[in-house]
Design a protein around this ligand. Structure first.
Ligand SMILES: Nc1ncnc2c1ncn2[C@@H]1O[C@H](COP(=O)(O)OP(=O)(O)OP(=O)(O)O)[C@@H](O)[C@H]1O
Length: 597
């Protein structure tokens, strides 16, 4: 199956800036619940910036008034006020740090949970469409990028904007004519600066894409370790990883070169205006239009303004780089789930397990149908097997039952209620899926069974394990039910894993059981054990099984043959054999291939 990638949109389009702004607004929206604390932080920032500019003012007074007159009393007064101001700055800085930190950590937590909840809401179809490596990269790289925006860039940008505004105002008030020296510096910067900005943003985007691809490749390489070994393809895989790694490194080098050029150019602009300031300042002092104290104070303020401006521009640019990294995450957050619950869903007082597919048509894309003209009625407690050639739509049909997907046409009913009207929670609790490969956690056997019902007691777990023919092999293990079974249960055999999954399902106690090729990969010995366990599980429940081996479904109430996405035949095992139609052909085919092996 071809997998999609989360689109980052057309980055060269003119709407790019608007999109980045939208994304930035979205990242800030996480602060909303903490706006009280955020405003407190702004206020503290303003206090710090205002207090800091008082210092050059005092130096000016010291040089112009106190030193020439040798007025010691005034000198002490100035020192006392200066100490007071510095104390205020220190206290306000500590308070601001604590406030910012609280907001940042809460926002970071909310963000992580928000992304996780979104992932959940997108459901099964999302996991089928997108590669796990890419989803992993959302958490790994993109969430961290947004967290960095809120943790690092936002507080810095806010603080230095305030500081820049306050200092510049004060400097202009001190001598507005001398403040004009800024203009040539800014003009010089804007001659070439934006070019580097654009270029570095372009490379930031390339870097983000390359990182995502590298993450994906690393994930695939870890997941496919066994296959890579078995096929002797480790070198091929390593070469692929290396190539991607080198590509990322090359982009990184260009990106940092651009950042460096941009920084160097900015420094040229700052120093150019600085020289202009000294020349103009000397002229104004020599003409008696500026005192020496004012000139010193102005120089301090000038470098403070330049310092603030430099930090501001650097942070704004770096933040833009990070915003490019978050485009994919934003696009992901904008994805609409394929299946949604209605606002006031219906709850059945009791699920009996009657199912009906009426006039169903479904395809993964709008251009092609995978199943069509499906009309099938299943009574509560009935056992139905779906058989047919591989790739003809059996699994797709049963995905519609738990609303992993909705049909493009037609309706699926549970106990005569349209599935779209039902509570998703109740629907999914009523259905137990047993797949060929059930996910087992790397925890103990006990916990893996308890996963079916978190309230189950130790006795319930043992009863379920016995019913699933798993108890014997579990107690034979050195640590019995407390045995840790390794990642994905890899310390157990396929049949043992299946029986744990069945025990889990017995604990879950769903009204409907859906089996997808559950026994196709088992050897005969294992199959007999698993079959015994399944018979226990089926008791009193509606069962739909996708079966590869026809010999395993003789005792089913109804057999449905699916061909080219449509129902070709329905009947009991014997009646279908008698018909000598599609089912008979399948059985003959199976017998022939068994004889050949
Ligand atoms: N998530 C998906 N996205 C796109 N196409 C899919 C997806 N899952 C299955 N298909 C396609 O739908 C068709 C039917 O697949 P399905 O798995 O339903 O068949 P099946 O009869 O259950 O096959 P098998 O017996 O081999 O499991 C196939 O062509 C398959 O490639």
């Amino acid at each position: 199956m071809e997998q999609a990638t989360i689109k980052a949109g057309n980055q060269s389009s003119p709407s790019q800036k608007r999109q980045l702004l939208k994304i930035y607004w979205w990242t800030l929206s996480f602060i909303k619940p903490y706006k009280g604390l955020f405003v407190t932080s702004l206020f503290l920032g303003l206090m710090i910036a205002s207090a800091q500019i008082v210092i050059p003012k005092f130096i000016q007074m010291l040089v112009d008034d106190v030193l020439p007159s040798n007025d010691l009393l005034r000198y002490r007064e100035i020192l006392a006020v200066l100490s007071g101001v510095i104390t205020i700055v220190i206290i306000a800085t500590i308070l601001k740090y604590v406030t910012d930190r609280k907001v940042q950590e809460w926002v970071a937590g909310d963000m992580q949970i928000g992304v996780f909840q979104k992932m959940r809401s997108l459901g099964y179809s999302f996991y089928e469409k997108y590669p796990v490596g890419e989803i992993y990269s959302l958490f790994h790289t993109e969430v961290e990028a947004i967290q960095k925006i809120n943790r690092q860039y936002l507080p810095t940008i806010v603080q230095y904007t305030i500081s820049f505004a306050v200092t510049f105002t004060f400097m202009a008030m001190l001598n507005w004519k001398l403040s004009l020296v800024f203009i040539p510096g800014i003009l010089i910067y804007y001659l070439i600066g934006p070019y580097f900005e654009r270029k570095s943003a372009e490379y930031a985007k390339k870097l983000a894409d390359s990182h995502a691809e590298l993450n994906k490749k690393q994930y695939d390489s870890i997941s496919a370790m066994m296959e890579l070994r078995a096929y002797g393809q480790e070198k091929w895989n390593l070469d692929q990883l290396l190539k991607q790694d080198q590509k990322t490194a090359a982009i990184n080098v260009i990106f940092f070169k651009l950042i460096n050029y941009r920084g160097a150019f900015r420094r040229v602009a700052v120093y150019f205006s600085g020289i202009l300031m000294f020349v103009s300042g000397y002229y104004l002092v020599s003409k008696g239009l500026l005192t020496i104290g004012e000139f010193i104070a102005f120089t301090i303020l000038y470098y403070k303004v330049m310092f603030d401006l430099t930090i501001l521009i650097t942070n704004l640019t770096e933040q833009r780089v990070l915003l490019h990294q978050t485009i994919r995450l934003y696009s992901f957050m904008e994805l609409a789930p394929d299946v949604e619950e209605i606002e006031h869903p219906e709850e059945l007082s009791q699920v009996r397990g009657g199912i009906e597919f009426r006039n169903i048509r479904f395809g993964y894309t709008s251009s092609s149908d995978v199943v069509k003209n499906i009309n099938l009625s299943i009574q509560p407690g009935e056992k139905v097997a779906l058989v047919g050639t591989s790739g003809h739509g059996k699994s797709s049909l049963i995905k519609l039952l738990a609303r992993f997907y909705d049909p493009s046409e037609g309706t699926v009913y549970l106990d005569n209620v349209n599935l779209t009207q039902l509570s998703l929670k109740q629907l999914r609790e009523s259905i137990g899926y047993v797949f060929q490969e059930t996910y087992l956690y790397g925890d103990t056997i006990k916990e893996n069974i308890q996963f079916g019902n978190e309230n189950a007691t130790d006795e319930d777990i043992i009863v379920a394990a016995k019913a699933a023919s798993a108890h014997e092999f579990i107690i034979a293990l050195p640590e019995g039910y407390d045995t840790v079974i390794g990642e994905r249960g890899n310390k157990l055999s396929g049949g043992q894993r299946q029986r744990i999954a069945i025990a889990r399902m017995i604990l879950k106690n769903p009204r409907i059981i859906v089996l997808d090729e559950a026994t196709s990969a088992l050897d005969h010995e294992n199959e007999a054990e698993v079959k015994k366990a399944l018979d226990q599980l089926f008791k009193g429940r509606t069962t739909i099984a996708v079966a590869h081996r026809i010999s395993t479904i003789q005792h089913f109430d109804k057999i449905v043959v699916v061909e080219n996405g449509e129902i070709a035949e329905v009947g009991t095992y014997d009646s279908l054999l008698e018909r000598r139609g599609a089912f008979y052909q399948l059985l003959m085919g199976e017998k022939r291939s068994a004889a050949n092996t």
